[in-house]
Each structure stands twice: as C-alpha cells, then as structure tokens.
Design a protein around this ligand. Structure first.
Ligand code: GDP
Length: 283
C-alpha cells in the first residue's frame, strides 16, 4: 500500500478506531467496488462489533455495473446493508440515508418510544488507503457543511463535520490495512494503483492484468488495442509485446519497450480507458 503497515502501527490504528467507535452511532465501511473483498480489512467485523454499519461500494463508476449488482446481492444475503456510489459525481448518495436509517431502526425506535428527539446521527468512515474516504467525506459534506470541534482548547477533541440536520461526521476517517499477506489481494490492489509502482515489477503486473482481462473482459481488451481473437490466445507477455508494437513503444534498434507498454496498459486500466471492470466475484 501507499502506507507501510507494521504490527505496532496496526495495533495503534485498531485502537484509535475502537476508541472513535464509542463516539459514533454508525459506521460507514468503504470498499472499492472493483474489488470488494480484497479492499476489506480482515479484522473489520471484530473491530466494528455490533455497531450499526453500512457498506459502501465506492468507485462504482469504475466497476462493472452487473458485477456490482451481484456483489450488492451477495452482501445483502450475508445480512449487510450495502449501497454503491461514485464519490466523484455523487451518484448513489441518495441511498445512504435510507440505509443508515435501516441499520439504526431499532435504536431510533427505542429512542422515539422514550421521547428522545435526536438532532443528528454521528458517523465515522473507515476503509483501506486509497478507497476514497476523503472523497466520500467531502462529497457527503458538500458545501454547506461546517467543521466543528467538540470542545475547543482540548487537543484531543474530535473534529466533526456537521451536515445539515442529518449527520455529524467524524472528520478523520479510520484508515485500515488490507489483507496484504494474501498475494491475490496484493495483486488486485496493485492493479488499481494502491501499491507504489516503484516497488512493483510493472511488466509482471501488467501481464497478470492482461491475463485476467483476456479471460474475463476479452471484448474490451480487443476493442481497446485492436487485437484479433488469435492474439488473445497468446501468452500475456506476447500480448504485451503486441500492444507495445501497436502503440509505438519501441526503443532504438526496433525492440519493443515492454516497460513502457506495461505502464500504458496499467494506466489505461486505472483511467477506465479499457472499460468498467471488476477484478473479483463472489466465490
Ligand atoms: P482515501 O485514501 O481513502 O482518502 O482516498 P481518496 O479520497 O484520496 O481517493 C483516492 C483516489 O480515488 C483519488 O484520486 C480520488 O479522486 C479517487 N476516487 C475516490 N472516490 C472515487 C469514485 O467514487 N470514483 C472515481 N472515479 N474516483 C474516485
């Protein structure tokens, strides 16, 4: 990941999130719609405990729409409240409030029965780096939101973003680590750019991606790089060479610059130029 995680660091963020959890009514767990399980923290259920929670499949604009529907059903069947959003455009955000009210239904009813008039619902956002926590918070806060300190002068006071008559959002999201010891998980996160490219073998990574795309999104791949059916049957490395050749990634002597071709493929994928793609499906 962009952040380095060490056992001490993990324990500290876990502790911080657990502390903050006591202050909020509900948790918004952000996942990347393109890799909903791989972008999940392995300990999240234990960390969140019984606190009402809404799962948000963010970056839904970059994911395969049909796959997102499959994932939503899958999470629903597991008993989670789940919505899909695009934090850049704000698409899908109208489903958030009903989802929060649904997971908080019992608590709200209990309060109402006791005559308690609640002015807002306190929320915190959690998720792995790069999943879109800041974008989500900014989008939810919009222009009208005011940042307020709990008690000025106390350095440990939390900052809240007050959102007109609805929520108070803890302004620092909980940053969690992914299950990075799983190589499949690490690979998918690397495809999306969540691991610094400088520490990756980009040719190998792009070949892995090309292998996945020819198996699952062959038409998009063919269209993007004007490839023939036969070329998809070649090895991923040959495919990379073909793409490099077509795109003029040539070094002196006429050889194909596979590193440049690899960067081009990864960049095309991350910029949604190949298409809207989901990297994993429920088992
Ligand atoms: P954080 O590390 O979890 O706070 O993630 P950021 O909010 O910084 O987002 C990481 C990157 O993803 C940024 O480049 C955002 O512009 C982008 N991003 C976040 N949410 C979305 C989304 O819903 N759709 C798209 N297309 N990009 C998004």
């Amino acid at each position: 990941m962009n952040l380095q995680w060490f056992p001490g660091h993990m324990a500290k963020t876990r502790r911080m999130i657990t502390e903050n959890m006591k202050l909020v009514d509900a948790v918004v767990e952000l996942l990347d719609a393109r890799l909903p399980l791989s972008s999940r923290n392995p300990e999240i259920d234990r960390i969140v405990g019984s606190k009402p929670r809404v799962l948000v499949l963010n970056k839904a604009d970059m994911a395969d729409h049909n796959a997102t529907e499959v994932w939503k059903n899958w999470f629903n069947e597991k008993g989670y409240a789940v919505i899909a959003v695009d934090s850049q455009s704000g698409r899908g955000f109208s489903a958030l409030e009903p989802a929060i009210r649904r997971v908080m239904k019992e608590k709200l009813e209990r309060e109402r029965a006791r005559g308690i008039q609640r002015s807002s619902i306190r929320l915190m956002v959690v998720g792995i780096p790069n999943v879109g926590k800041s974008s989500f918070i900014n989008r939810l806060a919009g222009r009208g939101a005011a940042r307020t300190g709990d008690r000025p002068g106390i350095t440990t006071a939390k900052q809240w973003i007050r959102i007109a008559g609805k929520y108070e959002l803890l302004d620092t999201p909980g940053i969690l680590w992914p299950k990075f010891e799983d190589p499949e998980v690490a690979k998918r996160i690397a495809f999306t750019g969540g691991i610094r490219d400088e520490i990756m073998d980009l040719e190998e990574l792009s070949c892995e991606l090309l292998g996945f795309l020819s198996a699952h999104y062959a038409d998009m791949l063919k269209a993007r790089y004007k490839l023939e059916d036969g070329q998809l049957k070649e090895s991923s490395y040959d495919l990379l060479m073909q793409i490099g050749k077509k795109r003029g990634c040539i070094v002196s002597g006429g050889n194909i610059d596979t590193l440049r071709a690899a960067s081009l493929v990864l960049d095309d994928f991350r910029s949604v130029r190949i298409g809207t793609i989901t990297l994993e499906m429920p088992e």
